[in-house]
Design a protein around this ligand. Sequence first.
Ligand code: OTU
Length: 654
Amino acid sequence: MNNLLDVPTEALLTRRRLQPRLEALWESTGADEVIVEEFETRLDEVWPRLFRLLLELYGDRYDFFYHLEQILQTAAQSWVERPDDLKKLDRHRIYEEDWFRSEKMVGGALYVDLFSENLGKLRQSISYFKDLGLSYLHLMPLFAVRPGDNDGGYAISNYRSVDPRLGTIDDLRDLGRDLRESGISLVLDFVFNHTSDDHEWAQKAQGGDPEFQQYYYIYPDRTMPDQYERTLREIFPTVRRGNFTWHDGMQQWVWTTFNSYQWDLRYTNPAVFRAMLGEMLFLANTGVDILRLDAVAFIWKKMGTSCENLPEAHTVIQAYNALARLAAPGLLFKSEAIVHPDDVVRYISPEECQISYNPTLMALLWESLATRETKLIRQSLSHRHQLPKHTIWVNYLRCHDDIGWTFDDNDAAQVGINGFDHRQFLNQFYTGQFPGSFAHGVPFQHNIDTGDMRISGTMASLAGLEQAMQLDDDRLKDLAIRRIILLHGITLSIGGIPLLYLGEEWGILNDYDFVRDPAKANDTRWIHRPKMRWEYLEEHHEHVTPEDRAIRRRLFNSIQRMIKIRKEVPAVSGLNMELVPLYNQHVLGYSRINDSDRLIVLANFSDYPQSVSGNIVRTAGLGRFFEDQLSNTTYQTSHDLELQPYEVVWLRRV
Ligand code: OTU
């Protein structure tokens, strides 16, 4: 890099130097003129930013230009190979950049094998997804994995082939096409922090190939690992203490943030950046609409830091985003950062991840259920919900992972709560140890040194349905169902893409049998990854009692109905969410506005009725007469509103 030139000038000159390489590629691939022109137009636009980002990451390398060339060629090649129907979609989406922010967007997530055995059979469930109202489907990792334990698919041995038990890459392409035709976007994981220990690169590293040893963090002795450990957290402390694993074959230490067989990739090496770009764009070209960027917080390491959420992690993702704009412009990124709320939002922008999980809202909804109070969730929402334009939250209640209490301790202190003690309480509550708790959860990754713990359990078991059914108590069953509906009533209206973890619409309970499978027994998250209970859909089934069926039906019908209503309320896709001050600590209230459409949501977190003054609703902008969209009850402001235990109402003007 010539120090006398400024970055924009250097970018321009480099772009000129790269042009002949690009032209050679167009020539050799026989790309037609339109395709070439589209790419180069976008390149002119993206290049200054992309160049700056890559310069920040790799500019001090003697071979920087070589890597730039490789990276650009990978992008260009992928664009040429991108199927025509996807290119068509790209062209569409460039002009409709907010397509994913619609009130029509509702997501679902599932494991292919647990839901329907394989990809072929999953195609037959498209009518089910449509019936439920889904327009976004996240399939849990379905790629080739190592034998034995594979962290639910998150230990990938080949990003370009599907786990043969689930189907083939062509089955995936076919499914993607069918989903697209049904108006359902496909979401897949991009597990880019680590590969499995039997991935080709890891195998070559094990074979002593120095090129591939540079793909990972591998050390001959404890010197470096010990230095790093001083400032690292432990993510899976019950798997193995610390973040490094001794590899017998190599006689060396390997950085493994998660399980010992998940080897962290070394993004300080531009060859890794380039190689994973190739895998990412390959995935995009199978027909993925949204890539879920797994474990984003961990992708960059630096001695003396926590190696989480480092500025360079953002730079890597932004560079990938810029490259996606070039080679797969319709593709969106969803950030999976289950970290402190201040750090979560740093991944969210049109230039980085347009979509992000909202772990704080998720955790605080469960917190409100446990405490029956809304002060902490209100405090957090008051300054944490607003996102930049052209981005959106994914609001979920349960997923394949544990629940971690990722709220901010200052938010807690503001409302008189001690964060540390409160987490202890929540862990006690959700593992059913706190007196009066309705929850049947189990600990995940209990760290005996720090006392840290996360919670596993299905939606229904955590919300009290399991306990109520065991006690065979009708009142408790009713309360549990109301809790579940209450939570959905919020994620479906508060602003963001609501995401259902499929099975929760039937209130499926914990599966304690996971311990029988040695590949799962050490990971309690399997308790909330049960098989889909298709028998609930049937009119009669020998294993389902009429009462059980009635409970499941009530849940399914309520959720399906709320989804339908959401899609008819433009206010839920508005940019703002304003809290409505209610002077009742048990009730959460907020308003949503989109143009002239207004919605006010009130949610009672108490197991007793609560009243809210009608006048407050009027001054919050609904006028004198309004109707609850969920129950079709009409109210007027001269009267107070009586909310039933755990009732949620969606109020609109009549
Ligand atoms: C993700 O989660 C996946 O969702 C998990 O299923 C995987 O096991 C893991 O990565 C490794 O691929 O630690 O407990 O954001 O909370 O990235 C879940 C930080 C996890 C982590 C999150 C990770």
